[in-house]
Design a protein around this ligand. Structure first.
Ligand SMILES: [Zn+2]
Length: 322
C-alpha cells in the first residue's frame, strides 16, 4: 500500500437497514446522492443574475450547520426564502446557488446560529438520515454539503497561499493574490465487488461495528486508471488477483467529496491474505447468504445501508445472477 494514498472509510456509526426489490439499479432506480433534478445553470451565475434569482418570490434556500442539514416538518430539508437569512451570521462563502428547480432558484446557506431557525437537533447528519430522504432531496443535500465542505477546507490558494473568494454562486473560487481560479475537488475512488462464481468477497475495516462487511475500496493513485486502482487495491488489501474489472455505475459520496466508481471483478486467485492495517477481516460469501441478508432471513453479515454504493453493487449482482 502506498502510504501517500488515503483509504476510504465508511462510517457505520448510524445505520438504517432497508430491503429493496431486486431490480437493476441502472435501469429504474436512482443512484443515491445523485439525481437532484436541478438545472445547475452554469451559465446563469453573474452577480446580477444571482441577485435577481435571490429576489424571486419562488426562490428557496435550504439550511446547513457544520455540514448537517436542517430538516423541517415532513422529514424534508427545511426551505425558507433567501430574504429570511438577512441579518443572520452566515458561514463562508455565504449563499451557494445550487440551481433551478423548474423556474424556482434553489440556494443553500450554512448558518452560524442554527437555533435562530429551528432546534439544533433538527440539523441532522446525512449519514444518519440518508436512507429516509427522497432521492432528489438526498442529492440536493449532498451537493450542498460537498460545496460547503470545499469552501471550508480550501480557504487559501494552492499556488500562492493567497486568500480565495467564491465566484459564480459558490461553484468556483478565485485567488485574491495570483488570480488563479479553482473548482470543487472530487476524488475518484474505486469500490470493488470481487466475484468467484457464486461467491463474493466482502471485508471489514479495523474498528467497524461487529458483523459489518462491505465491498473493498480505495482512492485512485496518480498514474493509474480506475480499473488498475480497483485491481491493485484488492491485491494489496486481500492478496487476491483479479481480472475483467467491469465498471457498473458511480455514486457521489459527500463525505466530503468522493466519486465512488463501482466495479465487479472476477477473482483469479481465491486465497485471502489480509493487510491488517486495512482490513480486520475478509471472507467469501455465497449468493444464498447474501440474498438471505437482503431478504432479512439471514445474518451472515450486516449489510451496508442502501444509500451506499456497496449496498447497490450487491443488489446489482444479485439481480444479474438471478
Ligand atoms: Zn493564488
Amino acid at each position: 500500500m502506498n502510504g501517500s494514498v488515503k483509504k476510504l472509510r465508511f462510517d457505520f456509526a448510524v445505520l438504517t437497514s432497508h430491503v429493496l426489490p431486486m431490480t437493476n439499479i441502472s435501469a429504474d432506480t436512482p443512484i443515491p446522492f445523485a439525481g437532484d433534478g436541478l438545472d445547475h445553470a452554469e451559465y446563469q451565475r453573474s452577480p446580477e443574475q444571482l441577485q435577481a434569482f435571490m429576489k424571486k418570490t419562488s426562490a428557496r434556500a435550504i439550511l446547513l450547520h457544520k455540514g448537517r442539514i436542517g430538516i423541517g416538518d415532513g422529514g424534508r430539508p427545511h426551505r425558507i426564502h433567501p430574504a429570511d437569512l438577512v441579518g443572520h451570521d452566515l458561514m463562508a462563502p455565504g449563499p451557494v446557488f445550487l440551481g433551478l428547480e423548474g423556474e424556482r432558484p434553489i440556494f443553500a446557506f450554512s448558518v452560524a446560529n442554527p437555533t435562530a431557525f429551528m432546534p439544533e437537533e433538527n440539523f441532522v447528519s446525512l449519514r444518519g438520515i440518508g436512507g429516509n430522504l427522497s432521492p432528489a432531496d438526498l442529492a440536493l443535500a449532498g451537493r450542498a454539503k460537498s460545496l460547503f465542505a470545499w469552501h471550508h477546507i480550501e480557504k487559501h490558494c494552492v499556488s500562492c497561499g493567497g486568500k480565495t473568494v467564491a465566484r459564480d454562486g459558490g461553484i468556483k473560487q478565485k485567488c485574491t493574490g495570483c488570480g488563479a481560479e479553482s473548482f470543487p475537488r472530487v476524488s475518484p475512488v474505486a469500490i470493488m465487488l470481487v466475484t468467484d462464481g457464486d461467491r463474493v468477497l466482502l471485508g471489514r475495516g479495523p474498528g467497524w461495528p461487529e458483523g459489518f462487511m462491505s465491498a473493498l475500496a480505495g482512492f485512485v493513485s496518480p498514474g493509474e486508471t480506475i480499473e488498475e486502482a480497483a485491481q491493485r487495491e484488492v491485491l494489496e488489501e486481500a492478496g487476491i488477483k483479479t481480472q475483467n474489472a467491469r465498471y457498473v455505475f458511480s455514486q457521489p459520496w459527500p463525505f466530503p467529496a468522493q466519486l465512488m466508481m463501482g466495479f465487479i471483478l472476477e477473482a483469479v486467485t481465491t486465497d485471502i491474505t489480509l493487510d491488517p492495517k486495512e482490513l480486520e477481516d475478509a471472507r467469501w460469501f455465497t449468493r444464498d447468504e447474501i440474498l438471505a441478508v437482503f431478504e432479512k432471513r439471514g445474518n451472515a453479515f450486516a449489510c451496508p445501508p442502501r444509500q451506499t454504493i456497496a449496498h447497490q453493487l450487491l443488489r446489482q449482482w444479485l439481480a444479474e445472477t438471478a
